[in-house]
Design a protein around this ligand. Structure first.
Ligand code: FAD
Ligand code: SIN
Length: 521
């Protein structure tokens, strides 16, 4: 099938839904999403969204905290813009119907997380993301101009390459005409022509064995732009969350929010001893790169596969009221967090880099925008400050929408785009070729390109990946397209970009840490 829309949105998390709501007055909007609409990282966000709401805090402090966490490579202009815009975007979320917890007097109840010098995290209990996703989805469903299509998997963005022209990294004026998408019901590949396209496809967590990210986080948007020869940056900065619940067979790993440490929970080793004093004066509330590395080191020194978070100092009443989801989840597993310490380990959590965008959210490819976790705005630099990502997503969805609205009427659909050509392709009947390769890739990345790296580990990962890449491209060139195959290609592309950019960075900075570069810090 062929479709024509004004605004095409790929992804139905906070970034995609926010953009759709903003542009809907100005043309037809179609949201494609590869799973159920609510599935994505947004739904799993616990801690909340950072914003300066009252005079007890200041923009300058939030800016400073963001710059410090980013380890000197944030874009200051972007940081200032994002943080100053935050209160307006929060007000809009509330207008869309999102609820944040309030204190008795009516003021927002604010939490504090690692790296923040003030209490400034707006939250809804410990399930803020679920509440944001619920509110935005409701608003989208209520809007007559927005069509939301579930189980539609975007395979590739369409550019001049699909018109038979050679496109390289140096080709000027590459344009996006829409996307090819695999229809989950018909199994056919549909052509979506759009005037404006936005990628809001989320993160890359599934490049690793242990991740807090849902199954949808396979770096599809990043890989699509890589294939279309667009500009990507900072892929080596993968953030590992220090405290995912240690429950080996659970995927995604369940998160234990950093807000718990903000409320008084403390990291301990298996003997019940605190250890963060060896690593940073801010103890359990140090920025998460430092905390994750400290945990990784303690685990390696002791030869164990988890440590503990002691949440008992918070007290049972506050644990039950403030962290009901975590309380219930742990209880289900026989852990009473008011009495027992919580077993934790780090897990891949957030991709700081991605598709490079300007302050309007536009990528290096014309008429293609990106927002949310798949994008690289310059806000996070080498390490994202906790709870700055939901904020970045709403700010950039707004900026991209403002720009796209101004331009949409001057753009025409490119009707010369051909439909997807599947001639000569055969059904791949051996799923093991895909599932086993995916596992291998995750193992390689976890063991060699994880929290702590080395030249040898990176080189080894790169060599192994090359083989996996060639085998998978062979399979792709002869097989009927499936979501599993496409996701595998995307994961390999992201793994390659992370590794290659990590090899190129000759300094320990932010989330990139190599034992061979210790003296450079
Ligand atoms: P997502 O919400 O991940 O949405 C991506 C969407 O794209 C999904 O709908 C997916 O199905 C769709 N999609 C992907 N590929 C395709 C494709 N090929 N075709 C069609 N559709 C596709 N950040 C904070 O600021 N505060 C927090 O407290 C916080 N807590 C977190 C807790 C957890 C457990 C996790 C995993 C993340 C947390 N984060 C937090 C990070 C934050 O939630 C994410 O960065 C943010 O929600 C990303 O939003 P997004 O819209 O970019 O992507
Ligand atoms: C958390 O709640 O600890 C996650 C916050 C974040 O990733 O920003």
């Amino acid at each position: 099938m062929r479709y024509e829309v004004d605004f095409l949105v790929v992804g139905s998390g906070v970034a995609g839904l926010s953009f759709a709501l903003k542009v809907a007055k100005y043309g037809s909007v179609c949201i494609l999403t590869k799973a159920e609409a609510s599935e994505g990282s947004t739904k799993y966000a616990q801690g909340g969204i950072a914003a300066v709401m009252y005079d007890s805090d200041s923009f300058d402090k939030h800016i400073e905290d963001t710059l410090i966490a980013g380890d000197g490579i944030c874009n200051r202009e972007v940081v200032e813009m994002t943080i100053r815009e935050a209160p307006e975007r929060i007000t809009e979320l509330v207008q869309y119907g999102v609820n944040f917890d309030k204190q008795r007097g009516g003021k927002f109840d604010l939490h504090r997380e690692g790296g923040h010098s003030e209490f400034r995290i707006l939250h809804h209990k410990d399930n803020t993301g679920e509440e944001i996703e619920r509110g935005l989805l409701q608003a989208v469903h209520d809007h007559p101009n927005i069509e939301l299509k579930e189980h539609q998997y975007a395979i590739d963005i369409i550019t001049q390459h699909h018109l038979g022209q050679r496109v390289t990294k140096h080709t000027p004026g590459v344009e996006c005409y829409g996307v090819y998408a695999l229809n989950g019901d018909t199994k056919q590949i549909d052509t979506y022509l759009s005037k404006v396209t936005i990628l809001a496809t989320g993160g890359i967590g599934n490049v690793y064995t242990t991740t807090t990210n849902p199954i949808t986080a396979t770096g599809d948007g990043v890989a699509m732009v890589h294939r279309a020869r667009g500009v990507l940056r900072d892929m080596e900065f993968v953030q590992f969350h220090p405290t995912s619940l240690y429950n080996p067979n659970e995927r995604p790993a369940f998160l234990i929010t950093e807000a718990m440490r903000g409320a008084g929970a403390v990291l301990k080793d298996l003997n019940g001893q605190e250890f963060m004093q060896k690593y940073d004066a801010r103890l359990s509330l140090a920025p998460r790169d430092i905390v994750a590395r400290a945990i990784d080191n303690e685990m390696k020194l002791a030869g164990v596969d988890h440590l503990y978070l002691d949440a008992r100092p918070i007290g049972k009443k506050e644990l039950m009221n403030g962290f009901p989801t975590i309380y219930a989840k742990c209880l289900e597993l026989g852990i009473n967090i008011a009495k027992d310490m919580i077993p934790i380990r780090p897990a891949a959590h957030y991709q700081c880099g991605g598709i490079v965008v300007d302050t309007h959210g536009e990528t290096s490819i014309k008429n293609l925008y990106a927002a949310g976790e798949c994008s690289c705005t310059g806000l996070h630099g080498g390490n994202r400050l906790a709870s700055n990502s939901l904020l970045e997503a709403v700010v950039y969805a707004h900026n991209a929408a403002t720009d796209a609205i101004e331009r949409v009427n001057s753009i025409a659909h490119c009707v010369a785009v051909p439909d997807w050509d599947a001639k000569g392709m055969v059904l791949n009947e051996e799923m093991v070729l895909i599932t086993q390769t995916r596992k291998e890739l995750q193992e390689i990345m976890s063991n060699y390109v994880g929290i702590v790296r080395s030249d040898l580990r990176l080189q080894r990962a790169f060599d192994r990946m090359n083989l996996i890449y060639r085998e998978t491209e062979d399979l792709y060139n002869r097989s009927v397209m499936t979501e599993e195959l496409s996701e595998l290609r995307n994961l390999i592309a992201c793994a390659y970009l992370i590794t290659k950019q990590a090899m190129a960075r000759r300094e320990n900075r932010g989330l990139h840490y190599s034992i061979d570069l210790l003296n450079n810090k």
